[in-house]
Every structure is written in C-alpha cells, then in structure tokens.
Design a binder for this molecule. Structure first.
Ligand SMILES: [Zn+2]
Length: 381
C-alpha cells in the first residue's frame, strides 16, 4: 500500500448532542453558575471545518454513517442500559448514568457515534478503505456495559472491536491515548485474551484509581491489558517513547488483525481537563507510527475514533494533525505550537521513563520479547 486510502465518518446529528448547561463537566447545581459543559459540539464542528478548510478533507472519502442497531449495541451493553439512555434522551434532559447528561438528540447521536465506528471497522475489514477516522460525539471509552459515565453513553470503540470479531477478525488491538483512562473499554475486555487494550493516560486523573500498571487483565485475559499511567506534565518525547518502547513491541507480540485507536486529543497542552503537554506534532507522530504499525501487522487496517478534547482553540488543530497523518500528509501549520514545543518538560523526564522501564521489566507482553510470539499470535486475521 503506497498511498493511503482513508475514509471520514461523521454525522451532523452527533453535533446536536449537548449535555446541557453546567460549568466545566459539572451540571448546574449548588455553587455552579450556568456556563456550558465541555464536549459541546460547536467545537467539534469547528474541528471538522478546519480539516475541510485546510484541504485535508479532500484526501478522505466522506461517509455518512447509519445508527448502530440494538444488536450492535448489545455486543457490549445490557438492554437495561440502552433503555436508560433512550428514556433520558426522550425526556430531553437528565443524567443517563454518572455525569452523562443528555438532551433530546443524544440517544440518536450516540447510536450514530457507535454506528460510525462499526461501519468504519467493517468497511476497512472489507477492503473498501485502508484507514478510517470517526469524528463522533458523544465519546465512548468511559461507558461500561451497564452504565453511562463521564459524557460517554455507548462505548463506541469497544462495540467496534466486538463488531470486528463478529466480522471474522480474531485479535484486535485497541490503543487509547485519551488523557483519561478508558475504564469502560478495560472492563469489557479484561478477561478476553483476544483484545489487547493499551491505555496511555495521566496517572490518577480519571476515574480515580483506574488504569494502574498492575491492572494487566484477569483469567484467560491475563496479560491482555496494558496501562501506561504517565505522570502529569508528560509531553512529546514521553508519549513517543511509550509508543516505540511499549505499544509497538506489545503489538508485535500480540499479533492483531486490526488496530483501533481511541484518539482523544485531551492530552494536548492547552486542554483544561488534562495536565499533559502534547502538541500537534505529538499527535501527528503517534498517528503516523500507528499507521506504519498497521502496515506491518494488519495489512494496513486501522480505525481512529475521536474521544475527549476540550480546548476550544487547540482541539481543531489536533484533529487536523491526526487527520493529516492518516492521509499520509506532513504535520500541518500549528499557530499554537510555539507556546508548547520549547517547554523544558517536552523531553523525556527520568520519572516518566521509570513508568516505561517498569512495564518493560514486568508486563507479560514485553518481558516475552526474546521468546517466540504467544501461541495464536499472528493469526489475528
Ligand atoms: Zn478524556
């Protein structure tokens, strides 16, 4: 594959989902003046607008997704959970779980977000496109099988991984570089040996006490969860070191037939929710590395799905940078780069390196590097 053949999945109704008035991520209540919550979607529409205005969208085939069916959603979620989301949305307000507020359009937006990821995955598996990007809302990686959580209603990427298996792929690698830990994805696959979940997140941010290095899977899934909780303040070099020293060797040992990336941009240096320092160059480099890894391991098959991203001004540039890498283009102009790239903490710090060294020494997928790949690995297709 010389020229990437990427597709772009988004739907206008995803931008109509709105968790309602609040301040930051907290809904209006005692001590909370009405402002607007994060993850409202004029910001995401602006991101898509920048990709279009830059000409990068011209490299993608635009696909309008169809909503996920009940059958798709039940690959991960309980019927009661789906009913709760639909009921809260039908009323037009309220919490469908824990900090997962909805409006009238949310249930349909959530079905379209999950549906986009399922469709992108099956289109890539069918060879219609090599790569795909899903600009979806609401996000998904905190949603658990039986409850919505932290803006996430349905677990878009987890549903896509199950849909890939339904489509005949045995092993799926999910990389999640959203600044928060994807507790929902981890929970779905914690005992599943055929889905490797790798999360790079800010240590201790959210959910509390979730995503620790010692959480490595259980039962048959022992070794198929890999958490990289980086200290607050990690930046460009720390993230690239994790991808080259942890993600790539673990992926090679695992042998996936498909790669899914929960590609939040809230590890960006201007994000109000996280305390990391990634730049558009970091996102471009990580995306390019994962596309190359897909070329090596999965015949190029890789799907990216948007998750968190809360800086009104920097999110569009980070989405553009991710999209540019998927399209095989150089990193785009970043008018905000100068404020981040020369910060001293952009170099790999010793205390950040210790997390990587710990994983290199202890995680089953990394300590087995000198041995042949695990039984069944490399048969992921
Ligand atoms: Zn996040």
């Amino acid at each position: 594959m010389s020229t990437p053949d990427p597709a772009w999945y988004s739907h206008e109704l995803c931008f109509w989902h709105d968790p309602g008035p609040g301040s930051g991520y907290v809904p209006v209540g005692p001590g909370i003046e009405p402002l607007r919550q994060f993850a409202v979607d004029p910001d995401l529409r602006r991101a898509e607008g920048l990709v279009r205005a830059s000409g990068v969208m011209d490299r993608f085939t635009a696909v309008t997704p169809t909503p996920a069916s009940d059958e798709d959603l039940r690959l991960v979620h309980t019927p009661e959970h789906i009913e709760r989301v639909e009921a809260a949305s039908a009323i037009g307000a309220g919490d469908a779980g824990v900090y997962a507020h909805v409006n009238y359009h949310s249930a349909q937006a959530a079905r379209l977000a999950a549906g986009a990821c399922v469709q992108a995955t099956t289109d890539v598996l069918d060879g219609r496109f090599h790569r795909a990007y899903c600009l979806v809302r609401p996000p998904g990686h905190h949603a658990e099988p039986d409850r919505a959580m932290a803006l996430c209603l349905y677990n878009n990427v987890a549903i896509a991984a199950r849909a890939a298996q339904r489509h005949g792929v045995r092993r799926v690698l999910i990389l999640d570089w959203d600044v928060h830990h994807g507790n929902g994805i981890q929970r779905v696959f914690y005992e599943d040996p055929d889905v490797l979940y790798i999360s790079i997140h800010q240590d201790g941010l959210f959910p509390a006490a979730s995503g620790l290095v010692m959480e490595t899977g259980a039962g048959a899934g022992a070794g198929s969860t890999l958490n990289v909780p980086l200290p607050a303040g990690s930046g460009h070099e720390a993230y690239l070191a994790v991808v080259s020293r942890v993600v790539e060797p673990a992926a090679r040992a695992f042998g996936p037939g498909l790669i899914l990336v929960a590609a939040g941009v809230d590890a960006g240096g201007h994000d109000p929710m996280g305390r990391m320092m990634c730049t558009s160059r970091t996102l471009h480099a990580m995306t390019s590395m994962m596309c190359r890894l897909a070329g090596e391991l999965t015949g190029g098959r890789i799907v990216f799905a948007h998750e968190g991203g809360y800086s009104a001004w920097y999110q569009p540039t980070l989405v553009l940078s991710t999209a540019s890498a998927i399209a095989g283009l150089p990193a785009p102009y970043d008018p905000f780069l100068h404020s981040l790239e020369h910060l001293p903490g952009q170099r790999l710090q010793r205390h950040q390196n210790r997390v990587i060294e710990h994983l290199e020494a202890h995680h089953p997928l990394l300590t087995e590097q000198s041995a042949p790949v695990r039984p069944g690995a490399r048969s992921g297709r």
